[in-house]
Design a binder for this molecule. Sequence first.
Ligand code: 2HG
Ligand code: ZN
Length: 453
Amino acid sequence: MIEQLRAIVGPAHVLTDPDVTASYERDWTGRFGGRAAAVVRPANTDEVAAVLRACHEAGHAVVPQGGNTGLVGGGVPRQGEVVLSLRRLDAMEPVDTVAAQVTVGAGVTLAAVQQHVRARGFDVGVDFAARDSATIGGLVATNAGGERVLRYGMTRASVVGIEAVLADGSVVSRMHGLPKDNVGYDLASLVVGSEGTLAVVTRVRLRLVPLLTERVTALLAVDSTAAALALLAHLRACLSTLECAEVFYAAGVDLVCAATGRPHPFGTNHTHPAYVLIECAARHDPSDELMAALATVPDQAGVRDSAIAVAGPAREALWAYREHHTEAINRAGVPLKLDVAVPLAVFAAFEAELRATVAEVAPDAELHLFGHLNEGNLHVNILAAGDRAEALTEAVLTLTAGRGGSISAEHGVGVAKARWLPLCRGAADVAAMTSVKRALDPGGILNPGVLFA
Ligand code: 2HG
Ligand code: ZN
């Protein structure tokens, strides 16, 4: 089969030397990975189709991979699969300025698309810290969320067309970008968030948003999670330009400052229980609107301190406290990562319960919480979990599901959460999903072990 793959993509693009394949075989955190039979790097949709046909006929499992920034083990091999790297599918078509859409290859990074469309006065609705490596195909396959979900929704909301290859090598494609198209099942929507288990995304047509060049960022120190939520409710009600609302806590700020050498946001002697980072964006300077909104924050809202930045570098300095969390945590060890969301009505109580649960199950572990406030989405990062990792996962996910939450808000299920799928999805849901999987991938070659344990 390796010979067949070499004939399809050319010998230079079938990698088997362990020194070369290593970076494709382990995830970014170092938590997941295994050996691949080979890493195959096709150049276009036809080659992807031929590779899948060959693997389908041989009954050989395939793990599709984009920028390898996933956090749930869904894009790295486990036991001798073929890794199908989509990174060479990096073509970008000109921006369709009339439709406000663009078509790009699956292997283009988010940052490259942003740069491409910003030059024409547009922007991508999705954004997050891994933008320089994460690829559009991966964003689509995982329905990536990020920092602008408050305004623009998850990746699904930005997808108007998909070309994808099914397990047997057949190509499904709907790339005309019609905002209205009710002819049959929406296959694109089905593929979004399917984590490489139903099809391999090769090209994507994205709906673009206007480029909002005027931005103001504020970091607010608050008393508690309840205060953060009260602040959010106030700001959302009076700001038409609100784009991001992120939350993090004292321990995370300490870690980021230690890892990056940055000063504490409000001076070393002023660490606060919780921090809210917000950003407003518009065509015209949104500072006045923000200042007016902040001036009317109710006294009981528990805001302790604030910093506001308009200029690019000053805004980046505030964002750094949030965006360096992942990296700073990774430097301290290999964390257990969970990604949960609960309804905002129970968010504050949940945060307290979560801390208590972790302390009870693993008293020596170090817990870092941060995330996307408006969506009730907390990234639960636990260092020094030791042999308590499984027990912690069980306890945190059970607690989350019990509060009406999601055990994977935006990172996907991957292999990391597959065992716990039934916590969030009923028997009929799982049966329907299994039927879809069997129908589209009867040989079970696409990303086995992901989504379904
Ligand atoms: C973020 O919001 C990402 O920064 C990564 O979703 C979260 O590292 C994490 O746990
Ligand atoms: Zn996130």
